[in-house]
Design a protein around this ligand. Structure first.
Ligand SMILES: Nc1ncnc2c1ncn2[C@@H]1O[C@H](COP(=O)(O)OP(=O)(O)OP(=O)(O)O)[C@@H](O)[C@H]1O
Length: 271
């Protein structure tokens, strides 16, 4: 299986701190890869580096043999669409106007709105189920509706690689699964490469072809969910006791039994 993104010996620093240490990985083309790891381990930093948004101190990040830093911003946006964790929306921008911004990589100077742009925007709004809100200002939408609007921007961008940083934050459980189903469908129908940061290990278990486990800015391991998300590893990485159970529909799932309370309570008396 070819890699859509090849990362070799990546080192990223923020200020004086090294956040990613000698990080090497291949993210397989046409697959759904979930990245999991504790808060602050460098997941967002990794996605931002892949999207060429932050400087790297060492190593390389290549798309089809070409370093991401050799692409112009517009050319890279035709290859990678990135849904960040937080968003700033200019006041009074409607959902439709926002999603139209996803077509920026295809705009030419002086060209008006083309039919394919309009189709892409309307298709993306439909895909996330926001048709009824298309004319509404973003600031009047709920957190979950706003999140779906941002996802529509990503879909309208129509890049072969989608990077998503916690796309299910703010969503109720129904919409979380709807978004993950949608990503799966997009992946299967158009063979897009999806790389998604998830905190819910069961979502990674169910939706990902590959899971990347990170800790302290380093790669712990990568592989199919069942091989990677073992109770032993989840203990090592998250300090939680888990079990793998069979559900009533014959599938398997991870159950979190308890966290290592002793680790937390032993610190309570310290100031
Ligand atoms: N601009 C910055 N300046 C300084 N430190 C930063 C900056 N951005 C991130 N960091 C630090 O880098 C580390 C990794 O942050 P990052 O956001 O990549 O973690 P994460 O794994 O995505 O965390 P979370 O699960 O909480 O979203 C954190 O300790 C964070 O404080």
């Amino acid at each position: 299986m070819a890699d859509a993104i090849t990362v070799r010996n990546l080192v990223v620093c923020r200020g004086r701190r090294t956040i990613l240490h000698d990080f090497s990985i291949g993210l397989p083309k046409g697959k759904v890869t979930a990245i999991i790891g504790p808060n602050g381990c460098g997941k967002s930093t990794f996605l931002k580096a892949v999207n060429g948004m932050i400087p790297v101190v060492g190593g390389s990040i290549c798309l089809g043999g070409r370093d991401v830093h050799d692409f112009s911003r517009k050319a890279l946006s035709r290859e990678i669409a990135f849904l960040t964790q937080t968003h700033d929306v200019p006041p009074d921008v409607t959902v439709h106007e926002l999603v139209r911004m996803g077509r920026f990589p295809y705009r030419r100077l002086w060209s008006g709105s083309r039919r394919e742009d309009r189709d892409a925007v309307e298709g993306a709004i439909r895909a996330v189920g926001l048709e009824a809100h298309a004319g509404q200002a973003m600031q009047h939408l709920s957190g979950g509706e706003q999140q779906r609007a941002w996802l529509a921007v990503l879909l309208a961008q129509d890049a072969p690689i989608l990077l998503l940083d916690e796309p299910t934050t703010y969503l109720d459980v129904h919409h979380q699964l709807r978004i993950l189903d949608l990503l799966r469908r997009i992946n299967e129908r158009w063979q897009k490469t999806v790389v998604v940061v998830l905190h819910d290990m069961n979502q990674a278990w169910q939706y990902a072809d590959e899971v990347v486990v990170m800790k302290d800015g380093r790669l712990v391991c990568t592989g199919p969910p069942q091989a990677v998300l073992t109770p032993e590893r989840l203990w090592d990485v998250f300090a939680v006791h888990t079990d793998i159970v069979t559900t009533c529909d014959g599938r398997s799932a991870i159950v979190v039994l308890r966290s290592d309370v002793s680790l937390q309570t032993s610190n309570l008396g310290k100031t």
